[in-house]
Design a protein around this ligand. Structure first.
Ligand SMILES: [Zn+2]
Length: 406
């Protein structure tokens, strides 16, 4: 294009020169100050310009003579050179190399300029531009994100695919997408009823007064050398691996209940760490078998405290073992016994799946009410042997109850 442009300038100059020659022929000597003698006086770096009628600088190869400024000017970068750059790349005038600009990075294989997630390279902008016009480059996430207005914040899945501006919640609250509102983060033994923004204080685990007599907790001390009998119904025909898996689950369930005593300094060291579990009843003398686990051929699980017996099936998971051993320790079921409520997995008022395993038992760990419950139970049995730790516990639990009323 610039060749054409230069050519036009040259033609224009030629025409001017031609016209002036004619004018010279007609009007000479209108301007008597210019004559051939003056042209001869141009220095080596200059030439005599017939149009301007004076000496002007001689332009170099990369320059052209600009008649308006009466001096040499650098020629514009040659567009032919830009065409040499492949793909998205363009000539960097500083380094004279083909390059990507802005936040983009060069893909050396296909010579494209690559942008962050949600953006594409724009040659016109010489930078990455977000595909979606409502989005902007967010350096916090190194990607294009929605622009959220005041009082809102960005909600985004970890892969960045799903983005939404949601109301900013006050401290201790978070926005729940399914309920479209800010809800409190429940801490300790508290839970939230669906539809409520705030948490409700959870109740302590209930202990059946009769169960208290039958609790296996005092029998789990090291000095009693306790053991558990795993009674396998022969119709199960379990493999050795099946049996070992059940033995492991029984040990894990017992330890799950004893761990809050060990970790809180409530004399937890007095309890057995690796309880003996055997499928052969005769290895124990009758005194140290503290419980029997019946492995049923049917899909059932239950506990009979008076017999210190629980029943599980081959399909029972660890959560079920923990729940059933919770009964042997003395804790009651905390789900609504009504068959319709049971289907809907409703817990009794004051309890929730998130606060106790004695409601439903899908996740194999104790919740806040269970931890408080076993600690409280320990002090019912061992208050006299551990008065200081139990006094601290009682103070802590009553303080928690007071703070929930405030
Ligand atoms: Zn139960």
């Amino acid at each position: 294009m610039h060749i054409g442009y230069n050519f036009i300038i040259l033609c224009f100059l030629f025409l001017l020169v031609a016209c002036n020659k004619d004018d010279d022929a007609i009007t000479q000597p209108i301007n008597p100050s210019i004559n051939n003698d003056e042209a001869k006086h141009c220095s080596n770096a200059q030439r005599y310009d017939e149009v301007l009628k004076k000496c002007v600088n001689i332009c170099t190869e990369n320059e052209f003579f600009d008649i308006t400024t009466e001096d040499c000017r650098k020629t514009m970068p040659n567009p032919i050179e830009e065409k040499i750059c492949q793909g998205d790349l363009a000539l960097d005038k500083v380094t004279s190399k083909c390059a990507c600009f802005g936040r983009s990075k060069e893909d050396p294989i296909n010579k494209n300029c690559v942008c962050e997630a949600g953006a594409h390279y724009s040659k016109i902008d010489a930078d990455c531009v977000c595909y979606n016009q409502d989005k902007f480059y967010n350096p916090l996430y190194s990607r294009c994100t929605l622009f959220c207005k005041e009082g809102e914040e960005l909600f985004m899945l970890s892969n960045g695919e799903f983005q939404l501006c949601v109301p900013k919640c006050k401290s201790g609250y978070f926005y729940d997408l399914s309920e479209s509102m800010c809800i409190q983060k429940c801490e300790g033994n508290s839970y939230r009823n669906r539809g409520d923004a705030q948490c409700t204080k959870g109740k302590m685990l209930s202990i059946n007064p009769e169960y208290r007599i039958w609790s296996i907790l005092p029998l789990l001390t090291v000095d009693r050398n306790p053991g558990i009998y795993l009674n396998i119904d022969p119709r199960n025909q379990p493999t050795e691996e099946d049996i070992n898996k059940r033995i492991k689950m029984i040990k894990s369930a017992i330890n799950a209940w004893l761990e809050p005593l060990r970790s809180s300094g409530l004399g937890g060291e007095r309890f057995v760490r690796d309880i003996e579990v055997s499928t052969d009843r005769v290895i124990y003398n009758s005194n140290n078998v503290i419980a029997t686990v019946d492995l049923l051929p049917t899909k059932r699980a239950y506990a009979i405290n008076s017999l210190s017996r629980i029943a599980v099936s081959l399909s029972s998971e660890l959560g079920t073992y923990i729940h059933e051993f919770g009964h042997l320790l003395g804790f009651e079921d905390l789900y609504d016994q009504d068959p319709h409520s049971r289907l809907r997995r409703l817990c009794l008022t004051g309890y929730d799946e998130t606060t106790t395993i004695m409601c439903f038992s899908s996740d194999p760990f104790l919740r806040s009410a269970d931890i408080e419950g076993i600690q409280n139970l320990y002090c019912r049995f061992f208050q006299n042997e551990d008065p200081e730790a139990c006094a601290v516990l009682q103070q802590r639990l009553s303080l928690a109850a007071i703070s929930s009323l405030m």
